[in-house]
Design a protein around this ligand. Structure first.
Ligand code: ADP
Ligand code: ASP
Ligand code: MG
Length: 413
């Protein structure tokens, strides 16, 4: 019997009515002959509320205790979900991450999954039960509860789909699929029918919060077909899959804005072998994830180096570079937390010219200054001032006609 994993996000299980509606989706899949594994997130804004509770008592809560607390949100959802299915006449059993041996490393609040006991789930499915698993959580080798990072239930779902050999992983959410950009910011954003793992990895790591980056990464690595779709409407959503030749025709598949980031610059660092290694060794030790590193030689003796980080890592990153400052003879450290990054992404960029020109012209016409630019094979990103972020994104979306479906925008040459 084929297995399907269905993940319901916070808004899709926010209250009793929504849980019932989600349960109906599950029952439909059962009636279609599937063995169903459900992954549920905490209800509504519960994770935010639990974090606020923690911060009220301790502005810097121990991460182990934070994970212990946050995991309760998902634990409530799964038991309620199982109760709803029971009331509707279906046999269901809920599990926490620990109960299905979702083993992670010990990096609290951003743990990575190492393995899962798929057998325990198979046994329950074979008894004819619907299995409901708490997303976002696991346990480390010492039985401490861990969480996977905000949005991490998506990862739970994709990892389970891979481990169980599921036919596909459905991500039910409050939008009807992946759009060319966040429809909350650019309301005319077009829905995308299908998108490659690589484009989606770029989009999510650049701020498209519709699905968690690690989930897409696992989907790519373990060949899991991911279907992002609406929890309220029946229609097909967006399929995330391997690249197919037609995708090359679409020059820009999506645009993003990322506001929760900061930039650190090290001015006048000694231009000698080993300094960059020293700086990034310090940052790695502090577990800071670094993006978009730029180093330029300003004289034979001196270089400037800057990099981007998530704003939540700013304090740790600042501390790390201050420790190394004198050792590398850095003249000055500057920090900017008033910036946003606007990006366009598309596999078609590899083979089509004029993308940079179009993006920079759109920003210039909107009088948005570009602080710095970075590129990869399939993306262009510009750092702009945070207070101009929305207008910059809108200008870029209009320039690339991201309100039109991909078929209309595709280049035939
Ligand atoms: P869930 O609680 O179901 O996990 P999320 O809030 O994590 O839902 O993700 C859904 C939200 O992602 C949407 O409401 C939308 O505003 C946002 N979003 C950001 N970028 C995109 C995009 N490119 N396409 C669709 N939605 C996006
Ligand atoms: N409940 C967690 C969060 O709000 C995990 C998730 O929703 O995926 O981030
Ligand atoms: Mg989410």
């Amino acid at each position: 019997m084929a297995i399907i994993v269905q993940k319901f996000g916070g808004t899709s299980v926010a209250d009793a009515e929504k849980i019932r509606r989600a349960a109906e989706r599950v029952i439909k899949a059962v009636k279609n002959g599937y063995q169903v594994v459900v992954v549920a997130s905490a209800r509504g804004k519960q994770t935010d509320e639990l974090i606020a509770d923690a911060l009220e008592l301790n502005p810097n809560p121990p991460k182990r205790e934070l994970d212990q607390l946050l995991s309760t949100g998902e634990q409530q959802s799964v038991s309620l979900f199982a109760m709803a299915l029971d009331a509707m006449g279906y046999d269901a059993i809920s599990f926490t991450g620990g109960q299905i041996r979702m083993i992670t490393d010990s990096d609290h609040t951003k743990a990575r999954i190492k393995s899962v006991d798929a057998e325990r789930i198979h046994k329950q499915l074979d008894k004819g039960r619907i299995v409901i698993v708490a997303g976002f959580q696991g346990i480390d080798e010492n039985e401490n509860i861990t969480t996977l990072g905000r949005g991490g239930s998506d990862t739970t779902a994709v990892v389970l789909a891979a481990a169980l050999g599921a036919e596909q992983c459905e991500i039910y959410t409050d939008v009807d699929g992946i759009h060319t950009t966040d429809p909350r910011i650019f309301k005319n954003a077009a829905k995308v029918e299908q998108i490659s793992y690589d484009e989606m990895l770029e989009l999510t790591s650049l701020g498209a919060g519709v699905i968690y980056t690690r989930a897409v990464e696992c989907g790519k690595n373990y060949d899991v077909k991911i279907h992002v779709r609406s929890s309220t409407e029946e229609k097909k959503g967006t399929i995330i899959t391997h690249e197919v030749p037609q995708m090359e025709g679409v020059v820009v598949s999506g645009a993003t804005v990322q506001k929760d980031m900061a930039k650190i610059g090290l001015v006048g660092v000694d231009n000698v072998p080993g300094n960059a290694a020293k700086i990034f060794a310090c940052l790695a030790k502090a577990k800071v994830v670094v993006n978009d590193i730029v180093q330029t030689e300003v004289s034979p003796e001196k270089a400037n180096l800057s990099f981007m980080i998530g704003i939540s890592d700013l304090a740790a990153a600042k501390k790390a570079v201050e420790q190394i400052k004198d050792d590398i003879h850095c003249e000055r450290i500057f920090v900017r937390d008033d910036i946003a990054e606007i990006s366009v992404v598309g596999v078609g960029m590899r083979t089509h010219y004029g993308v940079a020109d179009k993006m920079f012209s759109a920003l210039a016409e909107t009088k948005v200054n570009i602080d710095s630019i970075t590129t990869s094979e399939i993306r262009i990103s510009c750092i702009v001032s945070k207070d101009q972020a929305e207008q910059a994104l809108e200008a870029v979306c209009v320039a690339f006609e991201l309100d039109k479906p991909a078929e209309e925008r595709a280049k035939k040459d």
